[in-house]
Design a protein around this ligand. Structure first.
Ligand code: ADP
Ligand code: MG
Length: 262
């Protein structure tokens, strides 16, 4: 199997990349679904090169948070800026935002009737107007990087979940994003496939990709995250370095949550 990736698992601990200027800034963000207040005065700054793990109970607003950054959901009040610019409402600017801030979903969301290679070339050709031959070269390089180049001509359903998720990561990378959002990228995977996806993500983190990762994988947080953000009931309750958060959470809500997942 050509399932190799650039990082040896477990060889280096903790984030290695330097972090830079603010890239994604949420300022007093509120969001309701009808009567349900799902994001409550959320303030969050993600810096260039930073890896932020978002953790918290089901229903606490983690997915909604990711979706608002990518403008898959609108917000009621507050502001979100990416690279200094407010989120665009529509049109070409919105397409550019979606290219700048890629998203990887729990359920892969690959185009089922397109091959693996087409999945990774389509966005480049359609949204970024890259020439097909160039898009193909980029796609093959990225598929190589995530260890699934030998699956390029297959349909997604012919791949394992772990392979499909790695294709989804390659597809997001093909847009040359400034940041990547991951919403529970390993939750739908069989246990033996979780590490092959996390290893790719650790590799990206080491290469300096700005990442917001919703996950309960503490191993990943410890290996790659600069910061853990704990959410509960729509609020950012606590932020800390991974080791501090996992060993000495401050809030009762975080202690309670950790006692359930540890
Ligand atoms: P998490 O990802 O932390 O589990 P979500 O962001 O998915 O939480 O959901 C936060 C809350 O918003 C939950 O109570 C959920 O049921 C609700 N919710 C999420 N999406 C919608 C929607 N499209 N319409 C109505 N309620 C929603
Ligand atoms: Mg969720």
């Amino acid at each position: 199997m050509a399932d190799s990736i650039t990082t040896e698992p477990g060889t280096v601990d903790g984030p290695t990349g330097a972090i830079g200027e603010p890239l994604i800034v949420l300022d007093h963000v509120d969001k309701h679904f009808g009567a349900l207040h799902v994001l409550k005065d959320v303030n969050l700054t993600v810096h260039r090169g930073e890896v932020v793990v978002v953790i918290g109970p089901s229903g606490s607003g983690k997915s909604t948070l990711c979706r608002t950054i990518n403008r898959l959901e609108t917000i009621d009040s507050g502001t979100i800026t990416v690279d200094g610019r407010p989120l665009p409402a529509e049109g070409r600017e919105l397409a550019r935002l979606r290219a700048d801030v890629g998203m990887v979903f729990q359920s892969f969301n690959l185009f089922a009737h397109k091959t693996v290679l087409e999945n990774v070339t389509l966005g480049q050709v359609k949204a970024k107007k890259v020439r097909p031959a160039e898009a193909r070269d980029t796609a093959m390089e990225l598929l190589e990087r995530v260890g699934v180049a030998n699956q390029a001509s297959k349909l997604p359903a012919q791949l394992s979940g772990g392979q499909q998720q790695r294709v989804a990561i390659a597809r997001a990378l093909a847009m040359k994003p400034k940041a990547l959002l991951f919403d529970e990228p390993t939750s739908a995977l069989d246990p033996e496939m979780i590490n092959e996806v996390l290893d790719v993500m650790v590799g990206l983190a080491r290469d300096g990709m700005t990442m917001v990762v919703v996950t309960h994988e503490m191993g990943f947080a410890r290996r790659a995250a600069h910061r853990v953000v704990f959410m509960d009931a729509g609020q950012v309750v606590e932020e800390a370095e991974p080791e501090t958060f996992f060993t000495a959470p401050r809030s009762d809500r975080a202690k309670d949550f950790l006692s359930k997942i540890l």
